[in-house]
Write a protein that binds this ligand. Structure first.
Ligand SMILES: [Zn+2]
Ligand SMILES: [Zn+2]
Length: 247
């Protein structure tokens, strides 16, 4: 996601994150925001270190320097800030025990991560607030508010809720009338920790967003079948979908 001021950030780092970055030309990431540590949301976390390099600086390096690798410079990677709930941060440390804000002693990157458990923060011109949801355990989504832009454009808002089976009333109140709702919808059949189609549609009715994109669907039915089942203002998301502010 890219803010109006150019700040770019990822929400979750799934298994094919690197391939997606290559496919869609994502060559700038300033921060990472994680919903939870299930492996389908964090398996690509290690590839964040490429952005430590891209965001880093070249410093002169000569023979005799312990970090000299045959080039007149070395890259000093820039740590990436990762925003997540405290429990999720703990789980990420267990899955990736080598994560650190520092590079390795031999100059190799780990990746370099600075964790921030804050429930609200800003990423460039976007204000981000954590949204409490239930996913068989206390989990979260995020409400994004683009503050910059023309006055008449108003505040542009997007709620991103990937994995959940319950949206508490407090969260429904905070996202009511949002411009875009991105919402979990696993399948038509019920699931103990994900929303089914009828449950998602019921929540969409209560939130009353201008537009909704369903995500995290399984393979029970095809994209075309989803399209046929959904009301006009609700669409199934797809790889490479681009949303632009004010559109
Ligand atoms: Zn999950
Ligand atoms: Zn998931």
């Amino acid at each position: 996601m890219t803010a109006d001021d150019g700040t770019a950030f990822l929400i979750d780092t799934p298994p094919e994150m690197r391939l997606a970055c290559v496919e869609y030309g994502i060559d700038k990431v300033d921060a990472v925001v994680i919903t939870h540590a299930h492996i389908d949301h964090v398996a690509g976390f290690d590839d964040v270190r490429r952005f430590n390099t891209l965001n880093g600086t070249r410093v002169p390096c000569a023979p005799g320097d312990p970090l000299y690798r045959g080039l007149p410079y070395r890259i000093e990677g820039k740590p990436m800030t990762c925003y997540a709930m405290p429990d999720t941060i703990e789980q990420l440390h267990r899955i990736f025990p080598y994560i650190s804000a520092e590079g390795g002693e031999n100059g190799l990157f780990r990746p370099m991560i600075e964790f921030d458990p804050s429930g609200s923060f800003t990423l460039g011109s976007v204000a981000v607030e954590r949204l409490n949801v239930e996913h068989g355990f206390p989990c979260c989504g995020y409400l994004l508010r683009e503050a910059s832009g023309e006055e008449e454009a108003g505040v542009r808002t997007l709620a991103y809720i990937s994995d959940c089976h319950v949206l508490p009333d407090e969260t429904l109140g905070r996202i009511h009338g949002v411009d875009v709702l991105v919402l979990n919808c696993l399948r038509e059949r019920p699931h103990p920790t994900h929303l089914s189609l009828s449950e998602s549609l019921a929540y969409i009715g209560r939130v009353a967003p201008k537009k909704t994109y369903l995500i995290h669907m399984c393979h029970d039915i095809s994209h075309a079948e989803w399209l046929a089942k959904l009301p006009a203002c609700v669409k199934p998301a797809y790889d490479g979908l681009e949303l632009r502010a004010c559109s």
